[in-house]
Design a protein around this ligand. Structure first.
Ligand code: S3P
Length: 442
């Protein structure tokens, strides 16, 4: 454990740049490792989660190296060419690595065992097991709470796998991507039907790598078809900055009086940009400067100025486009004027922690007024006055990086500071978070 107290801060001013997008980085490594030839990646997020993906792809035959200038080179094995890993694949805290790689292995004639940390080992894997078992993979998982299937688990891939048409029962980009990755080495057309759109990085990047993939809209649903076996061609990829990491600094600048912060290189893919829309609706001043396209994704620099936020009822339909940003939105709501109501957020209970329960407890300990509902939180804000802070016991972050970072931001807007029990999980997604914050909040 590495506890730390985050104290009240003066205005956040200046310019920062956030690290590479985690979702895009995982996919760049996986797809590069499946292309024949050398893929080169700049801006890759060098966090523990992405490194877990890189280690797993190395264990299955890819060569992955980093040069001194920060560029990553990936020599792939080709779709169908994954080697049998000799050891268990150690996934650490990373749900994305686990679920996407389960899909990939499902259509290769190899057997792999997945293990993870205490947080990942509680998370439900049945949502991926169901479709890949239909495709022919054989999975044995560990029984978890409430009938769930969890890590450690073992997969024996099917060779050949059979294509399926799968309608997603939960709005999950990880499940969608797992089925598409299984489709890469499956002869015929694998179809995923998405009633609610989720982040589309897999579709964009697979198309860039030359996969035969189409996306159609029908009756408000997205229908994604992938023809296998795919032949992926190596790419040169520049990973844009992660909007989910930028989120902490966006909220920090909005709630700390006198702040005016420019955050460079923020990915603004519409399937990820929900937080910005909601914060603007609350009265947040967020300007987009220098809009451009990086790595096939829309990007801009954001200028964020301190704003008096107002509570709103957040439309549950926007949730998938800001699913990882709710913990820090709850912090913004705690400083807003009036009541913020969120609903339709059952998925938050199965993230790295139960983010509804954990944030309700954490914000209450910092002096916010929070009511936990089955599928959301209701928060009555301070109207801009700092939170009391000064919690006696350190906030329990439950191995959840986004809880630790969110409560660090709450600490900046508190009178007596907020202590979190463990900052180590921050390295899974945002290794230089504390350094950036310390550079600004002096
Ligand atoms: C991710 C999808 C989301 C998100 C996660 C990353 C991805 O998970 O919470 O941090 O890269 O596909 P779900 O698919 O479970 O919603």
């Amino acid at each position: 454990m590495r506890p730390r107290r985050f104290g009240a801060a003066g205005p956040l001013r200046g310019t920062i740049k956030v690290p590479g997008d985690k979702s895009i980085s995982h996919r760049a490594v996986m797809f590069g490792a499946l292309a024949v030839g050398e893929t080169r990646v700049t801006g890759l997020l060098e966090g523990e989660d992405v490194m877990a993906t890189a280690d797993a792809m190395r264990a299955m035959g890819a060569t992955i190296t980093r040069s001194d200038d920060g560029e990553w080179r990936i020599s792939g094995v080709g779709v169908g060419g994954l080697l049998q890993p000799e050891r268990a694949l150690e996934m650490g805290n990373s749900g994305t690595s686990t679920r996407l790689l389960m899909g990939l292995i499902a259509s290769h004639g190899i057997t792999a065992t997945f293990t993870g940390d205490a947080s990942l080992s509680k998370r439900p894997m049945g949502r991926v097991i169901d479709p890949i078992a239909q495709m022919g993979a054989d999975i044995s998982a560990t029984p978890g709470a409430k009938g769930s299937q969890t890590l450690p688990l073992m997969i024996r891939g099917a060779s050949p796998a059979v294509p399926i048409a799968y309608r997603l029962p939960v709005a999950s980009a990880q499940v969608k991507s797992a089925v598409l990755l299984a489709g890469l080495n499956t002869p015929g057309v694998t179809t995923v039907i998405e009633p609610v759109p989720t982040r589309d990085h897999s579709e964009r990047m697979l198309t860039g790598f030359g996969a035969d993939l189409t996306v159609e809209e029908q009756d408000g649903e997205r229908i994604i078809k992938l023809r296998g076996p795919a032949d992926l061609k190596p790419q040169v990829i520049e990973v844009p900055g992660d909007p989910s990491s930028a989120a902490f600094f966006i909220v920090a600048a909005l709630i700390v009086p006198g702040s005016e912060l420019v955050i460079e290189n923020v990915g603004l893919n519409p399937t990820r940009a929900g937080l910005i829309a909601v914060l603007r609706q609350m009265g947040g001043r967020i300007e987009e400067l220098n809009p451009r396209v990086v790595g096939g994704e829309p990007v801009a620099d954001l200028k964020v100025s301190h704003s008096q936020l107002k509570g709103i009822a957040v439309d549950p339909a926007i949730a998938p486009s800001m699913i990882d940003e709710f913990p820090v939105l709850f912090v913004a709501a705690a400083l807003a004027e009036g009541r913020t109501v969120t609903s339709g957020l059952d998925e938050l209970r199965v993230k790295e922690s139960d983010r509804l329960a954990v944030m309700a407890t954490a914000l209450s300990a910092a002096g916010a007024r929070v009511e936990e509902r089955e599928d959301g939180l209701i928060i009555d804000g301070t109207g801009g006055a700092p939170l009391p802070g000064g919690n006696n016991a350190a906030i329990a972050t439950h191995l959840d990086h986004r809880i630790a970072m969110s409560m660090a931001i709450a600490g900046l807007a508190s009178m007596a500071g907020v202590e979190v029990d463990d900052t180590r999980p921050i390295a899974t997604s945002f290794p230089n978070f504390e350094a950036l914050l310390d550079g600004l909040a002096r």
